[in-house]
Design a protein around this ligand. Structure first.
Ligand code: GLY
Ligand code: MN
Ligand code: MN
Length: 433
């Protein structure tokens, strides 16, 4: 049963932050794949966050002030279309079921907006997100301006609604956390399933199929991003998604995969041996990455800077790269010269939420912001060793990343994805079974 009060409360909070003016928040367009086939529909995150309404061709209009209003524009009922493509709520049922103050056919959007925009001091929308929408907003505002002689004023402030919305979305509420915990649990099971399935001779896409099967059978129809299933040297390609190679005895397999559940992402990476047993060289590198992740997780505490986990991971990685003879000099020297970047070239995490790389500023007033209760982030250090003259041959083509999803709490953190094995002993044990 849909709890519409969550969405109504979010709209009320946003309306209070706006103070005055009108906000126009469209959902995402449908995307054609080819000929008569579309990509599976994915609503716009901001629109869904505020409405819970998943149908395409929908627009939310919010009017702030003494009498705040939430208005939905959506597709009309259409029996012919519904026979071919499925149920449409239509404005009347949508208004009732989703708790809007009013709802109209999407075909009336421009006509109604030219009225609703009159005498509003500010126009909020996702500025620059879509050029066609930018043009449409300015054209509608222009149409209101043309009524000046009848004493009507057009909004004279244009504001990006995302400035307010992103900050709201950065702090997850109880409903969001419940969904994210479930998404994390499904993805955790998928990684375990992949570990148990993997063996030399299988293809990467067969492992990918195991992940997708586990997602889908639990109601998470889509991955939050294209799964990375990278055997051997391909693990050193950060965004490898070909997933078409055979897996070889003696290689590692890096899987970066997470499901999306009811609009919320999970994002897990595990790296493990195709044959179930780490080699000595693989163990050496793996233990360094694992230790760097533990240090980063330990630093992910309320009040600590966003940079604290990254810096904690970097120090361990730098020492490890020196021990492995990948880098020379002292830890401070390696950090100063950034020579570690040849083997660790990305940052240690990102916000996680409705989008896998979720919204929210990382700096405020030019400073890295502090972690606070309710934020969800990933912690994902790695090490990617490409062949090279200066690189010990035993380490060539080892690519390792270990990624978990963390909720910052009042007193520390909760690792949402802790159940996916990551110590060498736990991985080898699971793969034996
Ligand atoms: N899977 C994307 C990332 O880890 O950022
Ligand atoms: Mn990530
Ligand atoms: Mn990832």
């Amino acid at each position: 049963m849909l709890d519409i009060s969550i969405y109504a409360q979010r709209r009320a909070r946003l309306l209070a932050k706006m103070q005055h003016g009108i906000a126009i928040i469209p959902s995402a367009p449908e995307q054609q794949r080819n000929a008569d086939a579309d990509f599976p529909y994915r609503f716009d995150s901001n629109f869904y966050y505020l409405s819970g309404f998943a149908e395409p061709e929908s627009v939310l209009v919010l009017i702030a002030g003494d009498q705040p209003q939430s208005i939905l524009f959506c597709r009309e009922k259409d029996m012919e279309r519904e026979i071919w493509h499925g149920y449409r709520s239509g404005p009347d049922a949508a208004q009732d079921q989703f708790g809007f103050d009013a709802a109209y056919s999407i075909s009336r959007l421009d006509e109604k907006l030219t009225g609703l925009m009159c005498n509003q001091p500010a126009l909020f929308y996702p500025m620059g997100a879509d050029t066609a929408w930018d043009m449409r907003m300015l054209k509608l505002r222009g149409a209101v301006q043309e009524k000046a002689r009848s004493g009507v004023r057009a909004p004279d402030r244009l504001c990006d609604i995302r400035v307010l919305l992103n900050e709201m979305r950065l702090f997850k509420d109880a409903h969001e956390l419940a969904v994210m915990r479930r998404a994390a649990a499904i993805s955790t099971d998928a990684h375990k399933r992949a570990m148990q399935f993997t063996r030399p001779g299988h293809f990467e896409y067969q492992v990918e199929a195991e992940l997708l099967h586990e997602f889908c059978r639990n109601g998470a129809r889509d991955p939050a991003y294209t799964s990375i299933v990278a055997g051997g040297a391909s693990a050193c390609v950060l965004h490898y998604i070909d997933n078409n190679a055979q897996l070889h005895d003696g290689d590692l397999l890096l899987i970066d995969a997470g499901c999306e559940l009811d609009g919320y992402a999970s994002d897990i990476t595990r790296t493990f041996p195709v044959n179930g047993q780490f080699s000595a060289a693989q163990k050496d590198v793996y233990e360094i990455v694992l230790a760097s992740q533990a240090a980063a997780i330990a630093a992910a505490l309320p009040g600590n800077s966003w940079e604290a986990p990254h810096n904690a991971a970097l120090r361990i990685l730098a020492q490890g790269f020196i021990d492995l003879k990948l880098c020379q000099g002292s830890v401070d020297g390696v950090l100063e010269s950034e020579s570690y970047k040849k083997f660790y070239m990305h940052r240690t995490g990102h916000w996680l939420g409705m989008d896998v790389h979720d919204v929210g500023e990382y700096k405020t007033d030019g400073q890295w912001r502090n972690l606070q209760s309710g934020m969800v982030l990933t912690v994902e250090p790695g090490c990617y060793i490409r062949p090279g003259d200066e690189v010990p041959i035993a380490l060539w083509n080892i690519g390792i990343r270990i990624e978990d999803d963390l909720l910052i709490t009042d007193t520390g953190h909760e690792v949402l994805t802790d159940a996916a094995p990551k110590t060498i002993a736990a991985i080898e044990e699971l793969m034996k079974s």
